[in-house]
Design a protein around this ligand. Structure first.
Ligand code: URP
Ligand code: ZN
Ligand code: ZN
Length: 464
């Protein structure tokens, strides 16, 4: 099967030119002007950007959490991702405390195999890591799981202590893998939560008010300090505020190998979303919580200046009616997480490129290339080059859509609300190609459950 994409404006993290792209089977095989080749199918991309498929390095499909399971599984979640122009996700397998991480990996392979419609990898969420288990980390790396996530938050659930962090970080350094940190001081936050509940403060907004930015900044500072002492790089996930960003900037300025992502919810949504007398604010109960709006310009600056390298979604949807309602009488029981995997590319293009904050190249870097490099997928993923996987999006930079659960062009996620309801965006993924196959065209799904491959990722290759 071959595919010719003609007349498009090809954008990568560093290129911007008009050319034709010839794809044979799963791979880009030729790029040039006015290619004289026969193809099984030709797509005319005149007036369109031709960009690498999005890489979202932070999703939670089919994740047991908060007494329930995230609403998108690997089939519905990856299909929705594809509709939005994302062709690779890196999701999180979870180690059950006291059990092998390898068992956790097997369980997540079972969840994803035969279901994922686009390519996917796994990080491993480590919940304990005694000395006699450290050998598993090398095995995970051999299996293509070359990054871990550890939590300073959620005591009694996913939390690990600083000793565990240090042990696992040292081993990651030896193996050449990368530790991702959920950096918030969960121990102090739990005390603040207890006080709030004792005072009868049970509404969703107290989720945000009990998680001060200082406790995120402290977690960022501490995880970086531990990584520095361990002599390893560290990647901060879902960074939400200026206070935490300052810690990343300070560390990078002194030469520490620190990388960080933020997410669309922290760029486009804010604390005012909790200002409801009813339970509506539960839709935005996620961790870290939404912050005061002024933080957003700091995050954009961090992205522009390179202190934040990537924009992931932390897609972890829970239905408002059936799942968020678990916390109707107590905000601390609202399942934490929100949807977004489908809307990331359009939101970032609109807010970044149309909004005059990012170049088109930077847009590609933040939504695809950087994550691909950080997580051992480059250059198969994250760029358009001869030999790369043909994960390509034909992107209409002029088309506008209003994001809504009622707009069939913007919502395929299996969740009963859209966090960006009513947001108008300019820039829409129109044709989405995953390893040479058109999986989305004219807002119709042409992919298949099981069409996505598990990606054995390479070792950490930074700094970049
Ligand atoms: O609220 C969130 N972020 N839920 C998903 C789990 C996590 O901490 O990433
Ligand atoms: Zn987290
Ligand atoms: Zn997450």
């Amino acid at each position: 099967m071959s595919l010719l994409i003609r007349n498009g404006r090809v954008i990568t993290a560093v290129d911007d030119y008009h050319a034709d792209i010839f794809v044979e089977d799963e791979t880009v095989s030729l790029i040039g002007r006015d290619l004289e080749v026969e193809a099984d199918r030709t797509i005319d991309a005149a007036g369109r950007l031709v960009i690498p498929g999005g890489v979202d390095p932070h999703t939670h499909m089919d994740m047991p959490f908060g007494g329930t399971t995230s609403a998108d599984d690997f089939e519905t979640g990856t299909r929705a991702a594809a509709f939005g122009g994302t062709t690779t996700i890196v999701d999180f397998a979870i180690q059950t405390k006291g059990h092998s991480t390898l068992e956790g990996l097997e369980a997540w392979h079972e969840k994803a195999a035969g279901k994922a419609g686009i390519d996917y990898g796994f990080h491993m969420i480590v919940t304990d890591m005694e000395d006699d288990r450290l050998w598993e980390m090398r095995r995970l790396a051999d299996e293509g799981v070359t990054s871990y996530k550890m939590f300073m938050a959620y005591p009694g659930v996913l939390y690990v202590d600083d000793g565990t962090l240090f042990r696992a970080m040292r081993k990651a350094g030896e193996d050449g893998t990368l530790v991702c940190m959920h950096a918030e001081n969960g121990i102090v936050i739990d005390e603040i939560v207890k006080i709030a509940l004792a005072e009868g403060k049970t509404a969703p907004k107290y989720h945000a008010l009990t998680r001060p930015t200082r406790m995120e900044a402290e977690g960022v500072h501490r995880s970086i300090a531990i990584a520095e002492v361990a002599g390893v790089p560290v990647y901060i996930v879902h960074l939400s505020c200026a206070d935490a960003l300052e810690q990343v900037t300070l560390a990078r300025d002194r030469g520490a190998q620190v990388f960080a992502e933020t997410c669309p919810q922290y760029l486009f949504l804010d604390l005012s979303h909790y200002d409801h007398d009813d339970f509506e604010g539960a839709k935005y109960v996620m961790t870290p919580p939404l912050r005061e709006k002024w933080n957003q310009e700091h995050l954009w600056r961090g992205l522009g200046f390179g202190d934040l390298q990537s924009i992931s979604t932390d897609h972890c949807p829970f239905c408002f009616k059936d799942q968020k309602v678990l916390g109707i009488d107590d905000f601390s029981k609202i399942p934490n997480g929100g949807p977004g995997v489908e809307n990331r590319m359009s939101l970032v293009y609109n807010g970044g490129v149309v909004g005059g904050r990012l170049s088109v190249n930077k847009f590609v870097e933040l939504t695809s290339t950087a994550a691909s490099k950080l997580f051992g997928l480059f250059p198969k993923k994250g760029t358009i080059a001869v030999g790369s996987d043909a994960d390509i999006v034909v992107f209409n930079p002029d088309r506008r859509e209003t994001i809504s659960i009622d707009n069939p062009h913007t919502h395929h996620m299996r969740v009963d609300y859209n966090a960006y309801e009513g947001t108008e965006v300019q820039g829409v993924s129109e044709i989405v190609i995953s390893r040479g196959r058109v999986v989305v065209e004219d807002n119709v799904w042409h992919g298949r459950a099981g069409g996505g491959n598990f990606l054995k990722r390479g070792l950490f290759g930074g700094p970049f």
